[in-house]
Design a protein around this ligand. Structure first.
Ligand code: SF4
Length: 196
């Protein structure tokens, strides 16, 4: 039977998919952000509401014209509001990625002493995890087009191990504990094999 934690189906792949120990912007330059991301309508509204503050943390490689920040809205049931929009690509990277490879949305929050993910879209926080059709799984397609975290020589961890903080953020401490138990069960029953 499929495992469900906090309303999300759990793909056992998350426990065995190899990944880097943690993100390293100095090596990868934030390349997972080059293509933009889909954000929930509510996240988009939150960003627009704080646009003047966010602009203070953008550099000359980014556009401060907020009308160029998002693509048109579309319907999508994987988003809480039922609607999402892609962030635009500007200068060959997400409109919110600065020249050093940092997300201006996260930078804004951190520099202001706020919760670091206050403005950051959920799917950015989650990557390399993603939610597809109500299932928490691995965004292997996106990983495969990246030059750093896709390389076996750097993959010393699993997605599950690397993403503890993010998993606690979306599932809570109790949800994370539930996931850990589930991974143990899978290992004991030899339904997954971890090679890293
Ligand atoms: S919003 Fe921030 S974290 Fe998300 S893709 Fe853009 S730069 Fe990267």
């Amino acid at each position: 039977m499929e495992k469900i934690v906090k309303g999300l189906k759990i793909d056992p792949l998350i426990f065995k998919f190899p990944f880097v120990e943690k993100c390293n912007i100095s090596v990868c330059s934030g390349e997972c952000c080059w293509y933009g991301v889909y954000v929930d309508l509510r996240e988009m509204e939150n960003i627009i509401q704080h646009k003047e503050i966010i602009k203070q943390y953008m550099d000359e490689t980014q556009t401060k014209d907020e009308s160029k920040w998002f693509e048109p809205l579309e319907e999508d049931k994987d988003f809480e509001s039922g609607y999402c929009a892609g962030t635009e690509v500007f200068n060959h990277k997400c409109v919110f990625l600065d020249k050093k490879g940092f997300c201006s949305l996260q930078k804004t929050a951190m520099e202001r002493g706020e919760f670091k993910w206050k403005y950051k879209p959920l799917y950015c926080v989650l990557f390399p995890l993603t939610i597809y059709d109500g299932k928490l799984t691995v965004d292997d397609e996106h990983i495969n087009r990246l030059h750093y975290c896709s390389k076996p020589k750097y993959q010393v961890s699993t997605v599950f191990e690397a993403m503890k903080e993010e998993l606690i953020f979306i599932l809570g401490e109790d949800g994370y504990a539930d996931l850990k138990e589930y991974s143990k069960e899978l290992l004991e029953e030899k339904r997954i094999e971890i090679t890293k």
